[in-house]
Design a protein around this ligand. Structure first.
Ligand SMILES: [Mg+2]
Length: 299
């Protein structure tokens, strides 16, 4: 452990007075969803945890990188975890991207390398979206068709996308070679856990390829982007980031967002071991615990 990052504190080993000081150190709880509130089903004690946080006077909000779920799907997940008004208090990349484009009075076409759900959110917000559905062929010569620009395109949006392929990447790069075209990224996850111990490639890997090719970074409107953290604060009506406790299970996304935005951070060890947490070269949470349910007896 180098001398520059402080050691995370185990909430479950705190004495009564220290735990009280911890509780008094924040007014708002922002929680990640996947891996914190539910995995294949709701995790034990989560509904009770948030109820008790509210009882202690905390406002409760949810911040996820997952724009893949529909509202109905989110509603069902929150209900099964016994959480009320979950979706109403949820911030996800697709909603942040729509809001960002509105603030810019954006009125050109949006090219999407994203899920249908993300395009739907943007379209409902009044933006004209399109994508490439071509599978591509085995002949490189046919790929020149994806290098044709369309001057009506003013933004390229990346978010979780299971259909990402060469035609989609070439199209994105073609538009992004014009410096005035907005380059926006939602979920940044380079890897996604599909079952314990098993990681699959996420969209972040492909955004990185495009970013490298067009030699500019995207605007990050997903965790761990600071702008996304600030957007979540704005939606929650919070002005002081130091009074927010951010809870997550992923070091890069959740602890990273907390550090970028100035939140206090709590890592639950539902997907990472204590050893994984301590092995990260630059990021440490302020606090950690086995799960939200494990904190309930202390509340
Ligand atoms: Mg998570």
């Amino acid at each position: 452990m180098n001398g520059y990052i402080s050691e995370p504190v185990n909430l479950l080993k705190m004495d009564h007075r220290s735990f009280k000081n911890f509780l008094n150190s924040f007014d708002h709880v922002f929680s990640d969803c996947d891996g914190v509130i539910w995995s294949s089903g709701p995790l034990p004690g989560v509904g009770e945890f948030f109820k008790l946080m509210k009882k202690h006077g905390k406002s409760v909000h949810y911040v996820s990188n997952n724009s893949l779920r529909t509202q109905q799907d989110y509603d069902e997940h929150f209900q099964s975890a016994q959480i009320e008004n979950g979706f109403k208090n949820l911030t996800i990349p697709s909603v942040a991207i729509a809001e960002y484009l509105k603030l810019l009075n954006f009125n050109k076409k949006v090219y999407c390398v994203a899920s249908v759900q993300t395009s739907c959110v943007l379209e409902r917000a009044g933006f004209q979206c399109f994508e490439t559905t071509d599978a591509g062929s085995d002949d490189y010569m046919t790929y020149s068709q994806y290098l044709e620009d369309d001057l009506d395109v003013g933004a390229v949006v990346f978010d979780s996308d299971f259909r990402v392929n060469l035609p989609r990447l070439y199209k994105a790069m073609t538009y992004l070679r014009r410096p005035e075209v907005l380059f926006i990224n939602g979920a940044t996850d380079a890897y996604v856990q599909c079952k314990p111990g098993c990681l699959i490639l996420g969209t972040g890997i492909f955004t990185d390829i495009v970013s490298h090719e067009v030699q500019r970074p995207p605007v990050q409107l997903g965790k761990p982007g600071k702008l996304f953290g600030e957007f979540a604060m704005k939606r929650a009506g919070v002005t002081d980031p130091s009074r927010v406790l951010f809870i997550g299970d992923m070091i890069e996304q959740d602890v990273g967002l907390g550090k970028a935005t100035g939140f206090k951070t709590l890592l639950v060890l539902t997907n990472n071991s204590k050893e994984d947490m301590l092995a990260h070269p630059t990021l440490r949470p302020d606090y950690y615990a086995d799960s939200l349910g494990s904190i309930v007896p202390l509340l």
